[in-house]
Design a protein around this ligand. Structure first.
Ligand code: SF4
Ligand code: SF4
Length: 339
């Protein structure tokens, strides 16, 4: 698989990376099959987080014998230095390794800087000095914080949601990272199921020679689709560009990206899916969403207490309760049409 230089880290990363969030949902055996297939096909960059339940343990179980040939990126939440160090040590234990190539702050609500009172940045430097971490980075969903992290010069990488549905301002991070020689990782390259084709997602991001997409795969067929793209790179032609233009204009602005930062909801509304159910139903088979189980989930919207926890934590500034109510109306209409 083609490789490229990951900014100032000088790490040579594979053109496609492995996003290890979805392997939480499969068995150790299935996860090992996916991770080994990816490794054997040339993927050398694996991204996980200590918050992804047993994802790190699955990486440790499947890849510890080839640790020297791969790069591991994990994440810790921003907390007190002691807690962050404990998280890191736990990650190392889970992954059966004594270092990670990249430790990222997991979607912090501010970008820690040297000299900050809480000592978070100094903890990262200490972990580097101790040899537990080679490079440090930040993940974020907020463009303002992402730019701040890149421009500060204090971080080696940025991870940000980038896909065919991203705004031009978001995609401008590619140039910004290039100018600052910072590695750029694209999360949510399928926009949580809203992008209709893996081939289109792949071709679109391949236009940017410094973006490392981490494909989140749960099934072998999904992984094989991206590996076949690596073997025979799809091109953006008039037809695929037309699909992209259509999606971009349909999903401009206030749509839910499914990131989940609005949770927990006291009314137990499954917001990341409920707030964009009409979009998911238009882009994937709608039938599973129209059964009793989803009817009960969507009925929870009527129990919204208007606490605003969701809108206050949405990195896209969405009026989530309003969006949910609109989705409920559309959903009820779809049900009525079936009757
Ligand atoms: S405002 Fe409603 S939807 Fe949002 S978190 Fe509160 S109860 Fe849940
Ligand atoms: S409402 Fe906002 S925070 Fe919640 S899943 Fe959607 S985009 Fe993310």
């Amino acid at each position: 698989m083609k490789q490229f230089r990951f900014g100032r880290t000088n790490l040579m990363v594979s053109h496609s990376g492995f996003g290890a969030l979805p392997i939480q949902r499969v068995s150790f055996e299935e996860a090992a099959a996916l991770l080994r297939r990816a490794y054997e096909a040339g993927i050398n960059f694996f991204d996980t987080a200590n918050m992804y339940s047993d994802s790190e343990a699955k990486i440790g179980a499947a890849l510890s014998d080839v640790r020297g040939n791969i790069m591991i990126a994990t994440k810790t939440m921003l907390a007190g230095p002691e807690r962050m160090m404990k998280n890191l040590e736990n990650s190392l234990k889970m992954m059966k390794t004594d270092y990670v190539d990249l430790l990222q702050l997991h979607n912090p609500d501010r970008v820690p800087m040297p000299g900050d009172e809480d000592g978070a940045y100094e903890m990262l430097l200490q972990a580097k000095r101790q040899g537990k971490v080679r490079f440090i980075g930040v993940t974020n969903h907020r463009l303002r914080l992402a730019k701040q992290a890149v421009e500060s010069g204090h971080y080696d990488s940025l991870q940000f949601p980038l896909s065919v549905l991203s705004s031009d301002a978001d995609l401008g991070l590619s140039d910004l990272c290039k100018r600052h020689d910072i590695g750029l990782i694209a999360m949510k390259a399928m926009s949580g199921g809203l992008v209709r084709s893996g081939k289109i997602a792949f071709a679109f991001l391949s236009q940017y020679d410094n973006i490392l997409p981490i494909w989140g795969v749960q099934r072998m067929s999904e992984l094989e689709e991206f590996l076949s793209c690596e073997a025979n790179p799809p091109e953006l032609n008039a037809e695929t560009r037309a699909v992209i233009d259509e999606d971009r204009s349909a999903l401009k602005g206030a749509f839910c990206r499914g990131c989940g930062y609005c949770l927990p909801c006291p009314a137990n509304i499954p917001i990341p899916t409920a707030a964009r159910l009409s979009l998911l139903m238009a882009r994937s088979p709608a039938k599973p969403f129209l059964g009793k189980e989803w009817q009960a989930e969507m009925d929870k919207i009527d129990e919204c207490t208007a606490c605003r926890h969701c809108s206050q934590n949405c990195p896209y500034g969405l009026d989530t309760p309003k969006l949910l109510k609109e989705e409920k109306i559309k959903y009820d209409k779809a049900l009525a049409a079936l009757a």
